[in-house]
Design a protein around this ligand. Structure first.
Ligand code: ZN
Length: 157
């Protein structure tokens, strides 16, 4: 099933963790409708701008899958509003900065990008009708002996 000209539903529901653990990751109809909006408003324009495949690393997560991967209980992945992706061969920060200039979205998060390593990290993006156009950068920082995730405003790299 196609969600938009370049997005297939299968890309948003396949999960190695779900397959390995026998978790059902079949999306309900309202999730499919939200994934279609995410594709139309965000991922299809990204595909058209860069002309290369957009590789989804995490799209929909059923509640059981979200628990299995340690996702936040309020994650937009559970609603079908969010996807994590990369475009092989392009820097994640370059893609995020273009999106920041040109697109509307709910949240755009540059996740775990290391400057100087174009393929490091990924881009998380969400869309909903009452979108916030909020940009964040997630990075791992050391607190004592622990690595914790810190979110800062803007696309910072
Ligand atoms: Zn995400």
């Amino acid at each position: 099933m196609k969600l938009s000209p370049h997005c297939a539903l299968s890309e948003f529901v396949s999960s190695q963790t779900a397959a390995r653990r026998g978790i059902d990751n079949t999306p309900p109809a309202d999730v499919i409708a939200r994934l279609q909006l995410l594709c139309q408003h965000v991922l299809e324009p990204v595909r058209q701008r860069f002309g290369k495949p957009v590789v989804i690393s995490s799209g929909y997560r059923s509640p059981a899958l979200n628990r299995a991967v340690g996702g936040s209980a309020t994650s937009q992945h559970v609603k079908g509003e969010a996807a994590d992706f990369e475009i092989p061969g392009l820097s994640n920060v370059e893609v995020a900065r273009w999106m920041e200039r040109k697109l509307n979205y709910d949240q755009l998060i540059l996740e775990f990008y290391t400057p100087g390593q174009p393929n490091s990290g990924w881009v998380h993006v969400s869309w909903r009708p009452n979108y916030r156009n909020e940009e964040l950068t997630a990075r791992r920082v050391r607190r004592g002996s622990r690595l914790v995730t810190e979110y800062v405003r803007g696309i910072v790299a």
